[in-house]
Design a protein around this ligand. Structure first.
Ligand code: ASP
Length: 476
């Protein structure tokens, strides 16, 4: 649209003729006059087609046919509209609304596209509509002001994070999506290889190994807005794929990582959510043991007033046990196998003594009862990492096959390092006062991991299966 003006800027054009483009939000046909609310990404404005007879002396007035077009237009049609920006008479001014004091006197309408009747109302917050229905027509659902705001606020948070970390000297580096299994305690999503039939890539559960390898490579400060895929039974606020702010730093101790993260979280709230109040700064810290004794959970909700949506109570939880017993009587890691044990427990790990008592350098960050992130100082010595895998029952041969590259990297001049990852969807959910993460993800999946809009997962043609060397076992 040549010379198109964004709706939010219309008030700068009072008395002038302008062109806007967007959607019909509301249409009110009053017979002689037709009123519209037009919407573009920047806001809404009221427009009116006056009868041609109201044309004032010497003024253009609506183009002939404008009224006929206006009468057949329906909501969600896409239009280019030419009109004159008028001040509203005093009695019609709505002070609480963007453009509440102006109105577009429509002179010409160009229909850019018609639209079928929307599958549901988009003027409400949408929570009264069945979620599956909303997800099937997500592109319409996202027009809803609440959702559009969530997605735009998400952009602002991510942009703020990028700028902040850039200022702090971090590099944003992408890591592969087609990779090899990284044990984060969940099942991997796998992708069959066509060129090496019978072999599979794994989608990353997190960029854990790559970010550590970037530390070995000497980048020292890394971050990424990273997509992570975990094939878990999706429930509550989990998604098969979700977004992390992933971070890693070299030559740091636990407190260094915690400090930069605490500073960033405080800044996000202060700059982007000034109405919200952080209950306690610096964030309180509890050992896992203290938290369990005091609150009976490792994710305590410390808010004094839990009814206040603007109250934010952060805390750190430290000193988790490194290992826990499995049902089979062995041990498994509680958080991250790549973590460093606490200094005073390194000997015990190396001697495989008091395994259940060994504490890890892991730190979790909790907000209003949700774990929004976690990280650790890493075992940067190959012997320590190898010992962790032995402790959790991996055989020598398997360790070499699965983690040989990590052991070799740690033996090639690996600096001490540590990092963290935030569950970004969850953080934004809390900041936006939303009940679940699907409300802050543009295209989320259902609780059963389905994309209802794309109808995925879906079957693939026999020919593709053949190419991949795969055969589907028919259900009996
Ligand atoms: N990779 C870990 C996770 O996804 C986070 C970390 O330790 O940096 O939970």
């Amino acid at each position: 649209m040549p010379d198109r003006i964004f709706i939010k800027d219309l008030k700068e054009y009072i008395g002038q003729e302008v062109t806007i483009a967007g959607w019909v939000d509301v249409r009110r046909d009053q017979g002689k006059m037709v009123f519209f609310d037009f919407r573009d990404m920047s806001g809404k404005v009221q427009g009116v087609v006056l009868p041609a007879s109201t044309r004032r002396q010497g003024e253009a007035g609506p183009k002939s046919g404008a009224m006929e077009v206006a009468q057949k237009i329906r909501t969600e049609w896409v239009l280019g509209v030419q009109g004159k920006v008028n001040k509203r008479p005093e009695k019609n001014i709505n002070k609480d609304q963007l453009n509440g004091d102006i109105e577009l006197e429509i002179l010409d309408i160009k229909v850019l596209n018609e639209a079928e009747t929307p599958p549901f109302d988009i003027s409400s917050d949408g929570l009264e509509i069945g979620e599956e229905h909303r997800l099937k027509y997500r592109y319409v659902d996202l027009r809803r002001p609440r959702l559009a705001k969530n997605i735009k606020s998400r952009h602002k948070v991510i942009k703020f994070i990028r700028d902040f970390l850039d200022q702090e000297g971090f590099f944003e580096i992408e890591t592969p999506i087609l990779t090899k299994s990284t044990p984060e305690g969940a099942r991997d999503y796998v992708v069959p290889s066509r060129l090496e039939k019978g072999k599979f890539y794994a989608l990353p559960q997190s960029p854990q190994q790559y970010k550590q390898l970037l530390m070995v490579a000497g980048f020292e400060k890394y971050f990424q807005i990273a997509r992570c895929m975990r094939d878990e039974d999706t429930r509550g606020d989990r998604q098969p794929e979700f977004t992390q702010l992933d971070m890693e730093m070299s030559f740091v101790e636990r407190e260094d990582v915690m400090d930069v993260n605490e500073k960033l979280l405080i800044e996000i709230v202060k700059k982007l959510y000034p109405d919200k109040k952080i209950q306690e700064i610096p964030f309180p810290k509890f050992s896992y043991k203290e938290a369990m004794e005091k609150y009976g959970t490792e994710r305590p909700d410390l808010r004094v007033n839990k009814d206040d949506p603007d109250e934010l109570a952060f805390c750190w939880i430290l000193d988790f046990p490194f290992f826990e017993k499995t049902a089979e009587g062995g041990f498994t890691f509680t958080h991250n196998p790549f973590s460093m044990p606490k200094e005073e427990h390194i000997e015990d790990l190396l001697n495989e003594k008091n395994i259940g008592e060994i504490l890890t350098s892991q730190y979790d960050i909790v907000l209003n009862g949700f774990e929004i992130g976690g990280g650790s100082i890493r075992a940067h010595r190959a012997d320590l990492l190898k010992k962790v895998f032995e402790t959790i029952g991996h055989k020598e041969r398997d360790i070499e096959r699965d983690f040989g590259h990590m052991l070799r990297a740690l033996s090639s001049g690996a600096p001490p390092h540590g990092g963290i990852a935030w569950g970004l969807d969850r953080l934004i959910m809390i900041l936006q006062n939303e009940p679940n993460i699907r409300e802050v993800i543009a295209f989320p999946k259902t609780g059963e991991g389905r994309d209802l809009m794309m109808d995925s997962p879906s079957i693939i043609p026999e020919k593709h299966l053949k190419e991949l060397g795969l055969e589907i076992k028919k259900k009996d």
